[in-house]
Ligand binder design. Structure first.
Ligand SMILES: [Zn+2]
Length: 61
C-alpha cells in the first residue's frame, strides 16, 4: 500500500509530503507498520522491567 495519492484531511496536502503531524503519523504507519507488530512503547517497557530485574538481582547478592 502506498500513500502517494492520499490527501490529508487536516492540512489538505499530500500525505507523502508530511506537512503536518497527521500526515507524518499516517505516512509512518503506512511505511513502517511497527516491528513485528510490537509497539516501541512495549519494547521500552520490557527493557525497563528487565533492567529493574537485573538491578534487583545484583542488589540481593
Ligand atoms: Zn496533513
Amino acid at each position: 500500500m502506498s500513500c502517494e495519492h492520499l490527501i490529508c484531511a487536516r492540512c489538505a496536502g499530500p500525505v507523502v509530503e508530511g506537512h503536518c503531524t497527521t500526515c507524518r503519523a499516517a505516512r509512518a504507519e503506512v511505511h513502517h507498520p511497527g516491528t513485528f507488530g510490537v509497539s516501541p512503547v512495549l519494547i521500552g517497557a520490557l527493557l525497563i522491567a528487565l533492567t529493574l530485574l537485573i538491578a534487583l538481582k545484583l542488589g540481593l547478592q
